[in-house]
Design a protein around this ligand. Structure first.
Ligand code: PXL
Length: 277
């Protein structure tokens, strides 16, 4: 069985990060190990939350693992609780890559033009150190601009500009780049991919809904991770992730009890086996 390590926070309420990655990657029939970067009562988009940083626990966890030479087919990182954590995780990338892992980084730090609550203004610099070592990165448009040091201007996101940003990001060192949250008119929303090994770009779209939901970036990145570990190329991984995320939103939009606690990905899980059969 394939084996993934995912490193991100656990938000006890508000489906995102580990509470999304675990069920989704497991549904690909992949063993999923975790390192929690922080424990939060709820994610940081709530107007109050408890946050306990777990940076000091990371070397203790991985120190024990070193005794058994634990290895993973892939390492997938998301939300990091501190700059120091990005340094530790950067060291882990070197260690696990030596043992054959490929590295997927979702630089989860910002959306809609601003950093998430609690991050210092220069946090993108720390995230950049992980991005440079990754094989695949999955930023949204805000994160793209932060990583490239560009101003966030939604009116400037033409197809050519998106292709240029993907190439600029891959020049930083990551062979494959996916940008999420790309609109095509008022009707379609999707993502773009660039595979520098093949010099190919891919665009995939699905229905655009009037509402935005929290945690969809984590749903998307988890499907990319599951798909690629199961052997999909970038093109198929992006298509799977766009279609699955869209399906989750459809299940949420039609839920009379829908709240803003993430998307109803649970009824969509049964679609996952079809992606790798
Ligand atoms: O979904 C990204 C995410 C993950 N983890 C935490 C967050 C967010 C976005 O706000 O606050 C704790």
């Amino acid at each position: 069985m394939k084996r993934v390590l995912t490193i991100q926070d656990i938000s006890c309420i508000g489906r995102c990060s580990l509470t999304v990655a675990l069920p989704i990657i497991s549904s690909f029939e992949i063993e999923t190990a975790v390192i929690p970067t922080a424990v939060l009562s709820q994610h940081t988009a709530f107007d109050h939350f408890f946050f306990r940083d777990l940076t000091e626990e990371i070397p203790q966890i991985t120190g024990e693992w070193a005794k058994d030479n634990e290895r993973f087919d892939a390492v997938y990182t998301g939300y990091m609780g501190s700059k120091r954590q990005t340094e530790l995780v950067s060291g882990l990338f070197d260690r696990f890559r030596e043992n054959g892992s490929f590295i997927i980084v979702d630089p989860a730090m910002a959306d809609n033009g601003s950093l998430y609550a609690g991050f210092p203004d220069d946090f993108a610099k720390s995230m950049l150190s992980l991005v440079k070592k990754a094989d695949v990165i999955i930023p949204n448009l805000t994160e793209c601009c932060l990583l490239l040091g560009k101003e966030y201007d939604p009116s400037a996101f033409t197809k050519d500009r998106i292709i240029k940003m993907m190439k600029d990001l891959s020049d930083l060192g990551c062979a494959k780049v996916i940008i999420t949250g790309i609109g095509a008119g008022d009707e379609k929303l999707g993502a773009a991919g660039f595979d520098s090994n093949k010099n190919e770009c891919y665009f995939h779209f699905n229905e655009r809904f009037l509402k935005n939901f929290h945690g969809t970036g984590d749903v998307f990145a988890s499907v990319v991770t599951g798909s690629m570990v199961r052997g999909a190329d970038l093109d198929h991984a992006v298509k799977n992730a766009v279609d699955f995320t869209s399906l989750c939103i459809r299940y949420t939009i039609h839920d009379p009890d829908a709240r803003w606690y993430g998307v109803n990905f649970e009824p969509a899980l049964k679609e996952i086996p079809r992606m790798f059969e």
